[in-house]
Design a binder for this molecule. Structure first.
Ligand code: SF4
Ligand code: F3S
Length: 267
């Protein structure tokens, strides 16, 4: 009896820091190992695959040919358009060239992380490489944005599991993000919210208010304008998340957050 073939997944890395790959390896439910062994055929992922060089490129080409029209394309990193895309190439080919080729045969595209979803840090002012997002370039395929710098591990695998289970993308918000994970703001679900409502704010990171767990809004928390699941799903297997660790949200799952005032500036 012929073995059933698991759906092919091709992961292309562009202008990225590998944080998204690091993050997905921490997913516990489903885990990346569980997905690779039971749910998907991860046919190209430069960091995780054993192959390198020409062998890796051949695996990508074969996977695209054998699964044309059916594979899931994951992209992390933004795509540079300046200098004809010369700022980021793989095997001598520009990211934009590779993306257009792989997108043509994809059933759906997952833009993993804020760079692929919205441009991320490469697009930050003055955007020297002319970085753009996947959705800026590809208009004829279903695309789901899974932003975060990096995204939450179980959100990454959860979105993939949804697609593999139902054969369609989950319901998306106006920025292409799954509503199940990005439907509420951090502020909507933050456990410090009662202090915000009472007007109790930490003024410095080591004052009495900070020690009492008061709201971090006056220390720059971007929770009120940031859509993500950190306050409910948390990080590190549900251990904690930025606000619980004592620092405000810096808005990492929103477009242009690098220029949005979430970081400290030298005086
Ligand atoms: Fe809202 Fe941030 Fe205060 Fe939490 S710490 S209640 S997210 S402003
Ligand atoms: Fe990012 Fe804010 Fe969560 S900075 S990790 S969305 S708490």
């Amino acid at each position: 009896m012929a073995a059933a073939r698991r759906p092919s997944v091709i992961w292309l890395p562009f202008q990225e820091c590998t944080g998204c790959t690091e993050s997905i390896t921490r997913s516990h439910s489903p885990s990346i190992e569980g997905m690779i062994f039971d749910m998907i055929s991860l046919d190209y992922q430069e960091t995780l695959m054993a192959a390198a060089g020409h062998q890796a490129e051949e695996a990508r080409a074969n996977a695209m040919k054998d699964n044309y029209g059916k594979y899931v394309l994951i992209v992390d990193g933004s795509i540079p358009l300046a200098q004809n895309g010369a700022y980021s190439c793989i095997g001598g080919r520009s990211n934009v060239d590779l993306l257009k080729e792989a997108a043509a045969g994809a059933a759906a595209i997952v833009a993993m992380g804020t760079c692929a979803s919205f441009g991320g840090i490469p697009k930050a002012n003055p955007n020297p490489t002319g970085a753009v997002s996947v959705a800026d370039l590809i208009k004829d395929k279903p695309i789901v944005n899974v932003p975060g710098c990096p995204p939450i591990p179980v959100v990454m695998t959860g979105v993939l599991a949804h697609y593999l289970t139902f054969g369609s993308l989950p319901e998306l918000d106006d920025k292409g993000r799954p509503k199940a994970f990005y439907g509420d703001t951090i502020h909507d679900r933050c456990y410090r919210r009662p202090f915000y409502d009472q007007g109790k704010f930490a003024k410095t990171f080591d004052d009495e208010g900070a020690r009492m767990g008061w709201c971090l809004f006056e220390l720059g928390c971007k929770g009120p304008v940031t859509h993500n699941a950190c306050a409910t799903v948390k990080w590190n297997g549900g251990t904690s998340w930025p606000v619980e660790s004592g620092h405000g949200c810096i808005g990492c799952s929103e477009p242009d957050f690098w220029d949005g005032g979430g970081f400290y500036k030298a005086l």
